[in-house]
Design a protein around this ligand. Structure first.
Ligand code: PEP
Length: 246
């Protein structure tokens, strides 16, 4: 399977010019592969102009589950589509940490899939669960999958899972999880999807402190279908090196 490399810019950068500049630097160097960037909502329109004629996919960091109407501060799937958004990150641990529930995550996943965009569902255990052992971590992750994918049946490639152990995300950690730990959990997730008839060849990515130095060992591992990159996606040179290591 071709590797998927997605950058989540989170609430960065602070200036439109910087966002556009970063997107331009990436677009200039990328002419193949499954590469995507998810800028902040306010810069989607400008970054969309930059990526529109390129092979780089535009992503959003969230979406609301209702189609339209009185939902102050939210963004609809059609609004995202009108800007050329192709994928939406859902259930990132930073959003769950602000109170987003599995039920809300599930409604968002369904909204995205029903509207033919790619849904990147983030799952991953917190440190206190991992400390209780890998079986507890697996139970936590399968619980997130079960609730996040309730009522979802698919046999296309619109669903992407990102395994992001919270303890390995760069803001919480000195480095990534080990390739062995990631491999074990990704294999578990793939088995879970298969057993639950959700496996349409669903790619499962890893996210957590990926940078130019460690990307290669993850991307060379067959079962790891790609990476979701936070901090290191904010520097074009760093992100491009990650892409090249695939
Ligand atoms: C993330 O938060 O999704 C992430 C992978 O961040 P980082 O690469 O900075 O660890």
């Amino acid at each position: 399977m071709e590797k998927i490399i997605l950058g989540n810019w989170k609430m960065n950068p602070q200036e439109k010019e910087e966002a556009v500049g970063l997107a331009k630097e990436i677009v200039e160097e990328v002419d193949k592969g499954i590469i995507g960037i998810a800028p902040p909502l306010v810069f989607l329109s400008d970054v969309s102009d930059v990526v529109s004629d390129s092979s780089v996919m535009l992503g959003a960091q969230d979406v609301f589950w209702e189609d339209k109407g009185s939902h102050t501060g939210e963004v609809s799937i059609d609004e995202l589509k009108s800007l050329g958004v192709e994928f939406v990150i859902i259930g990132h641990s930073e959003r769950r940490g602000l109170g987003e529930s599995d039920k809300e995550v599930n409604k968002k996943v369904k909204q995205v899939l029903e509207n033919d965009l790619k849904a990147v569902l983030c799952v991953g255990e917190p440190e206190n669960m991992r400390n209780k052992g890998v079986d507890v971590a697996k139970r936590f992750v399968s619980g997130e999958l079960e609730k996040g994918l309730e009522g979802v049946s698919m046999n296309d490639d619109s669903l992407i899972i990102a395994y992001e152990p919270i303890w390995a995300i760069s803001t919480q950690s000195e480095g990534p999880a080990s390739v062995d730990d990631v491999l074990e959990m990704i294999s578990f997730i793939k088995r879970y999807l298969k057993i639950n008839d959700l496996d349409g060849g669903t790619p499962v990515l890893y996210g957590g402190s990926i940078n130019r130095d460690n990307a290669g060992e993850f991307l060379r591992t067959k079962e790891i279908d790609g990476v979701l990159v936070g901090r290191a996606s904010l520097e074009a040179d760093e992100f491009l090196k990650i892409i090249k290591s695939a």
